[in-house]
Design a protein around this ligand. Structure first.
Ligand code: KG4
Ligand code: ZN
Length: 343
């Protein structure tokens, strides 16, 4: 060894859903820039993400966002070692924009191209602020599209322990928010009104999946909320939005915590992390923190800006792919239903 190893600087692109994002990351854990253009305001009037609008906005913004990421990092494309991009899972039209932009930039600059799995990105967000965190650890990924309990055996090596059978946790937040008149995006709005509500007001179900105790199911709690609202209306009882929100949030976070801690015990885990948009929920963070403390397990979580979609997490994941020698060709394509650990 002796001499200092050369830095690896990666320009990363993310466009799998409704955020157009680019970031520059040095040596996997040092974020030099993290530009996020959120389309949330655009989709709010439709009550959710409209794929066609998302794709069009990505096309409009992607070059500008990539240029901004470079200029904020005081870098030129020449100084970059590789270009990384989310190629799945996600909305196909949205993914394609990032993949095409990353390929074009990599081809023009003669740089290697690395396709990254979106969930691997979310998990890797934990490395950014926790410099000492290394696999193996257990990670709960909770986002708008995914609910996965994953054993991170090594960098790039994942074993899925549990997953949702129906709705993702974030999807349940979004659907319930719509039902109680909070609108899109549901997660942050439910979190906010929950602070004024009583989490023990309504006993919503905590579903168990018979075949795999680590799997999740959130469609039942969503239906229970809808039924509760209907029965209130029929009986002419006022619907207390804050109590429903708080009780629903408690039902979801209780299940997430219970399953995670069951896995922690069973697999004798000593490091546990959370990731994805729902991981920015403070009730979930506090609950997990306390549960981990009780179990004597180290608890990790990214800052909220690295929980929701961003490109820094893609740059971090790509760094370990880069070290492992993984490169993609110009035939890299968007894979909307890409599975974790598949390449
Ligand atoms: O990771 P993400 O930005 O996109 C996906 O990969 O899906 O996650 C977005 C999801 C949405 O469903 C949103 O409602 C949820 O994360 N979310 C939250 C919170 N912030 C975002 N859910 C609960 N509490 C929050 N504070
Ligand atoms: Zn995501």
């Amino acid at each position: 060894m002796g001499s200092a190893e050369k830095d690896v600087v990666i320009l990363a692109v993310e466009s799998s859903c409704d955020e157009t994002a680019a970031a520059v990351v040095r040596n996997g854990r040092e974020v030099l820039s993290n530009i996020i253009f959120s389309q949330i305001a655009l989709h709010t009037q439709y009550g959710g993400v409209v794929p066609e609008i998302a794709s069009r906005k990505h096309i409009e913004k992607i070059n500008q966002v990539m240029e901004e990421a470079l200029s904020e990092a005081h870098m030129t494309l020449d100084e970059i070692d590789a270009i990384a991009v989310t190629y799945g899972p996600g909305l196909v039209g949205a993914l394609l924009v990032g993949v095409a932009a990353a390929k074009a930039a990599a081809y023009a600059a003669g740089k290697p191209l690395i396709g990254v799995h979106h969930i691997e990105g979310h998990i890797s967000a934990n490395y950014i602020e926790n410099k000492e965190l290394k696999p193996p650890f257990l990670c709960l990924v909770v986002s708008g599209g995914h609910t996965h309990l994953v054993q991170v055996e090594d960098y790039g090596v994942y074993r899925i322990v549990g997953r949702t059978r129906d709705d993702a946790a974030g999807e349940a937040f979004d659907k319930v928010a719509r039902a109680i008149g909070l609108g899109y995006p549901g997660g942050p709005k439910i979190e906010k009104v929950s602070r004024e509500g009583n989490a023990d007001a309504i006993a919503f179900p905590r579903a168990k999946v018979a075949e795999n105790p680590y799997d999740f199911s959130f469609s039942g709690v969503k239906s229970a909320v809808l039924n509760f609202i209907n029965s209130c209306k029929m009986k002419n009882i006022p619907v207390v939005q804050a109590d429903i929100a708080a009780s629903f949030q408690k039902a979801v976070t209780d299940v997430l915590i219970e399953h995670a801690m069951m896995a922690v015990k069973e697999f004798q885990i000593n490091k546990f992390a959370i990731a994805g948009g729902v991981a920015s929920n403070s009730a979930l963070r506090t609950g997990m923190q306390e549960a981990c403390k009780k179990q004597g397990v180290e608890f990790y979580h990214p800052s909220p800006v690295f929980c929701t979609d961003n490109a820094a997490m893609i740059g971090t994941a790509a760094y370990y792919e880069y070290l492992a020698g993984r490169r993609d060709g110009w035939d890299l394509n968007a894979v909307p239903n890409l599975r974790l650990g598949e390449r």
